[in-house]
Write a new protein. Structure first.
Length: 131
């Protein structure tokens, strides 16, 4: 039986974070009394976009983590990379709200891109038999 502890933990974290992002949208919908769509609310558009951006990127990260772990290259460092990714996504979500937390958007975006690129390089090098 193959067990992928980092992948499973990352997938669990991904699901919980996605639920949290959805709850943030729901809370704003309730406050603004907008049931469907965004009602022209920039704040709601920002939160909806933060969740969609999260979903767009997280699938790639999870697949890369699983592939690296399946290839036997996912030692202790992979868990730290996954944790950094999710912290970056939380920073991005708060940053998308604007205001003083806006720097979180940039931090989250940079972490997402660097981590995705790094994982892609490791996966490509592993697949090519270089590492």
């Amino acid at each position: 039986m193959i067990v992928l502890p980092v992948t499973l933990a990352a997938a669990a974290a991904a699901a919980v974070l996605n639920i949290w992002l959805g709850i943030r949208i729901g809370a704003l919908r309730t406050a603004l009394q907008i049931s469907v769509g965004d009602g022209g609310s920039e704040a709601l558009q920002r939160r909806m976009r933060a969740q969609l951006n999260y979903v767009e990127n997280t699938a790639f990260v999870l697949v890369l983590i699983a592939g690296i772990e399946l290839a036997g290259r996912g030692s202790w460092w992979l868990a730290y990379v996954a944790a950094a990714y999710f912290l970056g996504r939380v920073a991005h979500a708060f940053g998308m709200d604007g205001g003083k937390a806006q720097v979180g958007r940039m931090i989250g975006t940079l972490l997402t891109m660097v981590i995705q690129l790094g994982l892609a390089i490791v996966a490509a090098l592993t697949g090519a038999g270089v590492i």
